[in-house]
Design a protein around this ligand. Sequence first.
Ligand SMILES: [Zn+2]
Length: 205
Amino acid sequence: MEQLHATRALNRFDSRPTLVENPSEFAPPGPPVLARPRGLHYSDRMTRIGFGYDSHRLVEGRDLIIGGVRIEHELGLSGHSDGDAVLHAVTDALLGALAAGDIGQLFPDTDDRWKDADSSVFVAKAMGIATEAGYSVANCDVVIIAESPRLGPHREAIQRRIADLLGVEPGRVGVKAKSNERMGFVGRGEGIAAMAAVLLTAAGE
Ligand SMILES: [Zn+2]
């Protein structure tokens, strides 16, 4: 009705409501709609956001895999799988966006299939669920919290690997590495933590 009032106000010398070029300039969008702004695509599909967090212990005798990239270091991440906290956080962000549970439900650590597994299979499985539901990744943002090793030199490789797994170009994946200012378990070098946010949109939009 606001729409009607707006157009009537514009045409107060004419009692008939008329279509306006861009109604959103005059009234909030909402039914009934007499005209839509040009150039906007309307969809009843949701845009969905997801968030993930993970951490793993640094131990001797394990390879260090971060964001799907093997990094030379005297310690590696423990875990039932390869311990890649970054890909686990990305997986949980995808699953969270889809309200499809979490990585522990889909890949229980009691299942021998996932022992020492390459964590890219978890991302691939979550992407499969997203694709099935008609969604693709708009962008992803990752924070890695580690006291050592220094991750700056590996940032681009991690960005490219995550982008590959999500089926997007690297420009849609943000990767930031932080220390924890020597505070807490990360600061004492006992482990590495990661956080990830993922935005999904209806595929093809
Ligand atoms: Zn994990």
